[in-house]
Design a protein around this ligand. Structure first.
Ligand code: DX5
Ligand code: ZN
Length: 229
């Protein structure tokens, strides 16, 4: 993706009130979040079940934000077209869920969406070494996927820094995204390590003073890390 020097915020709807998604989407955008993160779970790849492409489509009419769809499902290639049609701007698949990862990434781009690949905490970066030209986004999971509100895995800071170096060395403009346990404390750490898109669920939608305060706290933390917000 073309060079975006700033750090972008992607509130995760997983921590929003499931009875009021449209409102959550509006509030996040009004608070200045550039992306909206959709956690799609199938109860197989991860223990939890959430929502599918219909949800993306329904909310597409309520927001001009970048829709960032994180597929935590097995055989994601079966659903890429549906999510692209529904209005996903970025579709991210897990490397662990794809037998033919390069083909699946190409399929995402063919669908008109930008192609993302996610890695579970235990998955080494070498899993994406040979598909860097095929990705627009690399998602380094900083918790094991499946639930919101988990604790950031500190060891992932090393992985983020290595991912940053790997992308830079390859001359890739892919966005480096982190997801899980991102809050005012962990944000400066991940940003200094090289992350440029911050997914945040509970620290935004669960903020005691509301969504705006949640996004502002993250922006403040980015600024403290010395990066543009
Ligand atoms: C976890 C999801 C995350 C989740 C993050 O499986 O991928 O996007 O919403 O939640 P927090 O920010 O609460 O860790
Ligand atoms: Zn996610």
């Amino acid at each position: 993706m073309s060079g975006v020097p700033r750090v972008l915020i992607a509130p995760s709807l997983l921590s929003a009130d499931f009875a009021h998604f449209a409102q959550a989407v509006r509030e996040a955008r009004e608070a200045g979040a550039e992306l909206l993160h959709f956690d799609v779970m199938d109860g197989v790849f991860v223990p939890n079940i959430t929502f599918g492409a219909q949800m993306v489509q329904a909310l597409r009419h309520h927001s001009d934000a970048i829709f960032d769809v994180h597929l935590m499902i097995v055989q994601p290639e079966r659903y890429i077209e549906q999510f692209a049609q529904a209005g996903a701007d970025i579709i991210t698949v897990h490397a662990e869920a794809c037998v033919h990862l390069q083909r699946t990434l190409a399929q995402i781009r063919e669908s008109g969406a930008r192609a993302g690949v996610a890695l579970n905490p235990a998955t080494p970066l070498s899993a994406i070494e040979y598909v860097i030209p095929d990705i627009d986004l690399l998602l380094v999971m900083t918790v094991n996927p499946g639930f919101g509100g988990q604790q950031f895995i500190t060891e992932m800071l090393r992985k983020i820094a290595r991912a940053r170096a790997m992308l830079d060395e390859a001359g890739s403009e892919a966005w480096l995204e982190v997801d899980g346990g991102i809050n005012g404390t962990t944000t400066p750490l991940v940003v200094r390590a090289g992350a440029r898109v911050l997914v945040a669920g509970s620290s935004v939608f669960g903020h005691p003073e509301g969504v705006r305060a949640g996004v502002e706290e993250l922006r403040q933390a980015v600024w403290e890390a010395g990066e543009k917000v």
